[in-house]
Each structure stands twice: as structure tokens, then as C-alpha cells.
Design a protein around this ligand. Structure first.
Ligand SMILES: Cc1cc2nc3c(=O)[nH]c(=O)nc-3n(C[C@H](O)[C@H](O)[C@H](O)COP(=O)(O)OP(=O)(O)OC[C@H]3O[C@@H](n4cnc5c(N)ncnc54)[C@H](O)[C@@H]3O)c2cc1C
Length: 448
């Protein structure tokens, strides 16, 4: 425990990691470029609320704060699909009891983690300090105070880069890529996103069903909404940057209002400040980062989005980042704190799983945006829910990814894809749901 441990980035992953390392007996110093969000109101960056599910909950349970998190969450039992015409349909996430996802405030969760880490007495957070350069062979970091611009150089025995999707530590690895054979890719989607809001009702209540993730699928684009504790919903519009229906076509008030009136009339009636929100909030891009190796010399390690930023369509980026800490924790026990063994083994076993969730997340854009409006897909979901309700050992791909924290993402992906192919083909040949031969289907699915 004598190692000098430094973490760069006090976001969700860095704060959880700091807390866990402190619980294991390490003294940790965490440098964060933003101000302390517990003292200053700052934009937490991206997405005001997040879907928290079982893999993330396992990480929170590991550090003993699952009960405190209960006070911050709103359970979402399924998707409420809002078609352009006709009434809304609620589709459960799972046919089993006790399986749902949760909406949680990003800043609320981050602040809880900061508090708990600090309360151990072993973690020191230094805010307004940005990591700018890294010397891997010397174990050295160049840091700049973002207020007075003072630059200092610090050394660490063990340095974690949890500095998010645009990681400075990762960028330094990229600069030294020839030496470390560092492989890197960043793939952007043609879709961007903008956050909007459905405020609470006048009496403080929810204007839409509270316990659901709302989706307005529109073939090629979509809008989603997650509930907040104050009765509001954080709405995210996912729309291509260019093309017929795109951000590039929404520049004037008339165009913006007409777009929402044409495509999202049922939501628009709940969005009194739509034009102001649309104009004020940034349009951001979405990308997948894959890179390798994640560790250097048994003393530097990338974790969370810094190692594997994924697009948000499976709601798994934070969950995967928390799972990173769970996996690292298991290896710390297995190798008795020998970091020269822990770090290489960590990247070796973890990479295939984060690659899997990255690919699944890209695929799920289509499922949320287009397939949820497809009658064959809805029929397939009904069949799957029936299977889950009546055969507890059957798990859909969604359930394996979201509720089976015991199953690696790569296994969920492989098995889930095969199940999906069988069920979509079967649903495509059905006239109606009463014709389903569940015994036949189960037999086929068991052979996977
Ligand atoms: C629109 C959107 C919706 C999402 N929805 C979900 C969801 O529903 N469920 C889910 O599980 N995930 C979701 N995610 C993904 C989730 O936000 C990330 O996976 C998660 O935040 C990763 O945590 P992190 O700690 O690795 O990175 P971050 O949370 O980004 O934290 C990185 C921290 O490092 C700091 N930092 C950066 N550079 C430096 C530097 N040079 N020096 C010092 N500090 C630095 C930053 O200020 C920040 O505090 C979503 C993402 C987006 C964009």
C-alpha cells in the first residue's frame, strides 16, 4: 500500500475508483480539471441523467453505497413508445420480477461518490487542475492549475487515467504510440444529440408516465426522455447532422417549431420552452473510442470512457465504467496488490467485453430509433417477454446486457445476437401472437 497513487479525472469512474482504492488501504490523490461540483453549480458536462442498471449497481454495492443511491433513483420498468399517430405503448424491459433500469442524476451520483471517497480520509481531491502532459518512463505528469495557470510536475507509482472520452493520458499514449504499439480508433456517428427539457407540471408532478423511459421513434431519428426526481424529464433529441431531417435544417424559430409540431406533437405540448432550450443548448457529437493497450509498465492504466467511450444507445457507458472497477478489484485480490500482474491481466480480460458493449451500443441506435416502430420487432419483444415470464432461465439480449452482471458483455452479445436472429425470423412469419409455439421456440433457443 506504499505506492503513490494518482487518479486523473474525478468523474463517475475516477470517484468510484478512488473510493475503492481507499477502502483497500491506498492513499490517493485525484486531480480534476473542473471546479468542485459540490461547491459550484457547473454543467456536469454530458447528459443530466443516466440509466443505471445492474452492472453499475454492482460497483456501487462493492463500495457499500447502494442504499444511499436508492434515494437518488427513479425506477424505469419499461419503454413507453410514442408513435407519430395513435396511442402510446408500454413495453416492459423484462418479463421477470425485479428487473428494471433506473434514472439517476449524473451530478447527484458524482457528488455522492466524491463525498464518500473524501470521508475515508485517504482520498484528496484537487480541483481546477488539468493534466497536460505525461512522461511514461519517468511516471511523471505535468499539471496546470486552471485558475492561476501555475504548472507543476508530479510523480506517481500508479497512475490511473479516468479523464473521460477526450482523455489527456490516452492522447499522450497516442503521441508515444510507436513506442507502446498503441492502437487507437475514434468513430463518429452521423447522428448528433441535443438535450431539451419537459418541465414538471404546475403541481410539481410528472407530465408523462414517471416510471418509464420514453421514446419517440421516427425512422432515422428519435427523441427520448428520462424522469428526474423534481418531476421534470431530461429529453434528448438524436438527429443526423446533415440530410432531410437534420440539425442543419433547424436554424430558424419557424423551422424548429415546425419540426417539433410535425414529428413530436405529443411531446411538444409538454415543452413550453422548446425554442429557448433548442437555441441555448449545444449540439454534440457521438463517437466510439477503442484503443489498446490500456496499461503501460504496470504503472499507468486507462479506465472508463478514457479506455472505451461508447455511444449511449444501450445506456451502458457509466455501467461499464463501474464494472471496470469491479473487475480491477477482483484482480487486486487475486494478485495480492502486485500491480505489475494486475494491470496486464486487467486489460487482457476486459478488452473483449468493452469492445462488445461498444458494438452493441452502435447497433442499438437502430433498435431504439427504428425497430421500436416496427410491428415485427414489437411482436418479437412480446414473445420474448412471454418467454421471460414463463421460463425464468431465458434471458433476452437486452436482459443479458442489462440485468446479468454475472455475464461478460461478450457472452451476452454472442448469445443475444443468435437469439435475436431466430426470434425475428419467427416473428416475421407469424400472423398473430396466438400462433406462437413456445415449446418449439424454446427448444431452438436452447440449442444455441
Ligand atoms: C448523451 C449521453 C447519454 C449517456 N447516457 C448514459 C446512460 O444512460 N447510462 C450509462 O451507463 N452511461 C451513459 N452515458 C455514458 C456516461 O456518461 C459515461 O460512460 C461516463 O460518464 C464515463 O465516466 P468517466 O468517469 O469515465 O468519464 P467522465 O464522467 O466524462 O469523467 C471524466 C472526468 O475527467 C475530467 N477530466 C477530463 N480531462 C481531464 C484532464 N486533462 N485533467 C484532469 N481532469 C480531466 C473531467 O472534467 C471529468 O470530470 C451517456 C453519455 C452521453 C454522452
Amino acid at each position: 500500500m506504499d505506492e503513490k497513487v494518482i487518479i486523473i479525472g474525478a468523474g463517475l469512474c475516477g470517484a468510484l475508483l478512488a473510493l475503492r482504492l481507499a477502502q483497500k488501504g491506498y492513499s490517493v490523490i485525484v486531480y480534476e480539471r473542473r471546479p468542485d461540483m459540490r461547491k459550484e453549480t457547473i454543467s456536469a458536462g454530458r447528459s443530466i441523467n443516466l440509466a443505471l442498471s445492474d452492472r453499475g449497481l454492482k460497483g456501487l454495492e462493492l463500495v457499500g453505497i447502494k442504499d444511499d443511491v436508492e434515494a437518488l433513483i427513479i425506477p424505469m420498468h419499461g419503454r413507453m413508445i410514442h408513435p407519430l399517430s395513435g396511442s402510446s405503448t408500454f413495453v416492459n424491459y423484462s418479463g421477470r420480477q425485479g428487473e428494471w433500469i433506473n434514472s439517476i442524476s449524473r451530478s447527484g451520483l458524482n457528488m455522492l461518490l466524491l463525498d464518500r471517497a473524501e470521508a475515508t480520509g485517504k482520498v484528496k481531491f484537487v480541483f481546477n487542475v488539468e493534466c497536460q502532459e505525461v512522461n511514461f518512463s519517468k511516471g511523471e505528469l505535468v499539471l496546470q492549475d486552471t485558475i492561476n495557470e501555475k504548472v507543476e510536475t508530479v510523480n506517481g507509482d500508479l497512475i490511473f487515467g479516468t479523464d473521460g472520452a477526450n482523455s489527456a493520458i490516452r492522447n499522450a499514449m497516442l503521441q508515444a504510440s510507436a513506442k507502446y504499439r498503441f492502437d487507437f480508433s475514434l468513430k463518429y456517428l452521423s447522428t448528433g444529440y441535443k438535450e431539451l427539457e419537459i418541465p414538471s407540471a404546475i403541481n410539481g408532478g410528472f407530465r408523462l408516465e414517471k416510471n418509464a423511459l420514453h421514446i419517440w421513434p421516427r425512422q432515422g431519428f428519435m427523441m427520448i426522455a428520462l424522469p428526474n426526481l423534481d418531476g421534470s424529464f431530461t429529453v434528448t433529441l438524436f438527429l443526423p447532422f446533415e440530410g432531410q431531417h437534420s440539425f442543419s435544417k433547424l436554424t430558424t424559430q419557424k423551422e424548429i417549431m415546425a419540426f417539433f409540431a410535425d414529428h413530436f406533437p405529443s411531446a411538444l405540448s409538454h415543452m413550453p420552452d422548446i425554442f429557448e432550450d433548442f437555441s441555448a443548448n449545444p449540439t454534440s457529437s457521438l463517437g466510439t473510442v477503442k484503443c489498446y493497450p490500456w496499461q503501460i509498465n504496470g504503472s499507468f492504466l486507462l479506465m472508463g470512457d478514457a479506455a472505451h467511450a461508447v455511444v449511449p444507445f444501450y445506456g451502458q457507458g457509466m455501467n461499464a465504467s463501474f464494472e471496470d472497477v469491479v473487475i480491477l478489484d477482483e484482480l487486486m485480490d487475486r494478485y495480492n496488490g502486485d500491480w505489475k500482474k494486475i494491470l496486464p491481466e486487467y486489460q487482457h480480460i476486459r478488452k473483449k467485453d468493452t469492445d462488445a458493449i461498444a458494438d452493441l451500443a452502435v447497433e442499438n441506435e437502430y433498435e431504439m430509433r427504428d425497430a421500436t416502430a416496427n410491428p415485427i420487432f414489437l411482436l418479437k419483444r412480446k414473445i420474448e417477454l412471454h418467454l421471460e415470464q414463463n421460463h425464468p432461465d431465458y434471458f433476452s439480449k437486452y436482459s443479458m446486457v442489462t440485468f446479468r452482471e454475472d455475464l461478460p458483455y461478450s457472452v451476452a452479445m454472442k448469445k443475444g445476437r443468435k437469439q435475436d436472429a431466430i426470434l425475428m425470423e419467427y416473428a416475421g412469419n407469424l400472423e398473430n401472437i396466438d400462433e406462437v409455439d413456445y415449446a418449439f421456440l424454446l427448444d431452438k433457443l436452447k440449442k444455441i
